[in-house]
Design a protein around this ligand. Structure first.
Ligand code: NAP
Length: 253
């Protein structure tokens, strides 16, 4: 069976690693990356890079490459790709699984402000502080570009382009991050407020702990919903088990 993993996350890479260790005879694994990051961490197995050309292009790719199952292991905020995956898998008549790491939940001492979008998060900021630690990724910077009265520490994997906030310092870095490191960033840059997507996972969670300790508010952007009707698992091991079962069904074992 040929499995397509829609990737770009730690979990997608981990799933490809688990399948490589399994080394099931006849199993072919391709991970697809959007191509946003200059030097991505590559998973084992085959890798393809770049968009498919919408849901129709993805459906055609699935058929042409005889894909037997798709795992949508994209980032929880890659909402467009997740919708395309549903349409394309239905068109190609193959099973689809969504692999989503669980979101974060506040604990005692957290001061979280939920926002439904990056634009809503930007609207909340002027009432919360003047020095902002912005960790929502370079693609989302335009939403904050008009906040000329605020100063931003922007952390992203690759350098952001325009439009972006005029008063900013850019920190190029990629998780996992440590609690000590996050404490130090908040202190050194005299941060008043942190902005994050609800990405979930351990790699970028220490900023939440550091903010809690410092009594700082955090603006948390809510995830888009997983498309209705899609089966969801929370971890790579469960996705591997689902694929094993899908493979058994196809071979009639
Ligand atoms: P998106 O808005 O949902 O998708 C936009 C377009 O990018 C899609 O229509 C598709 O182009 C292409 N695309 C997205 N994921 C792809 C993949 N895995 N393989 C091939 N093409 C893909 O996606 P996004 O939010 O820009 O995220 C892009 C990638 O970065 C994803 O792989 C995601 O896992 C990763 N990522 C995203 C975030 C985030 O916060 N959004 C954070 C970390 C990593 P076509 O229509 O041409 O097929």
């Amino acid at each position: 069976m040929h499995v397509l993993i829609l990737g770009g996350t730690t979990e997608a890479r981990r799933l490809a690693e688990l399948l490589a260790v399994d080394a099931l005879p006849g199993l072919r694994v391709t991970t697809s990356l959007a191509g946003r990051v200059t030097a991505p961490r590559l998973p084992p197995g085959e890798v393809r890079v770049g968009g498919f050309g919408g849901a129709d292009g993805l459906a055609a790719w699935l058929t042409e490459h005889r894909v037997g199952a798709v795992v949508d292991a994209t980032h929880p905020f890659a909402g467009v790709m997740s919708v395309h995956a549903v349409t394309a898998a239905a068109t190609a008549r193959i099973p689809l699984l969504a692999l989503r790491r669980p979101g974060w939940t506040p604990v005692a001492g957290d001061v979280w402000h939920e926002a439904g979008s990056l634009e809503e998060a930007a609207g909340l900021l002027p009432s919360l502080g003047r020095r902002v630690f912005l960790t929502t990724g370079r693609m989302g910077l335009p939403a904050f570009a008009d906040l000329d009265d605020l100063w931003f520490l922007v952390r992203s994997v690759d350098a952001p382009g325009a439009p972006a906030p005029s008063r900013r310092e850019v920190l190029l870095d990629r998780g996992p991050f440590t609690l000590d490191g996050e404490r130090e960033l908040l202190r050194r840059h005299r941060i008043d407020v942190v902005v994050t997507k609800d990405s979930g996972g351990a790699a970028t969670a220490p900023k939440l702990t550091a903010a809690r300790e410092a009594g700082l508010p955090v603006v948390v952007v809510r995830r888009p919903p997983v498309p209705a009707g899609v089966r969801v698992v929370g971890g790579p091991e469960q996705a591997r088990d689902w694929l094993r079962r899908a493979g058994d069904l196809r071979t009639g074992e």
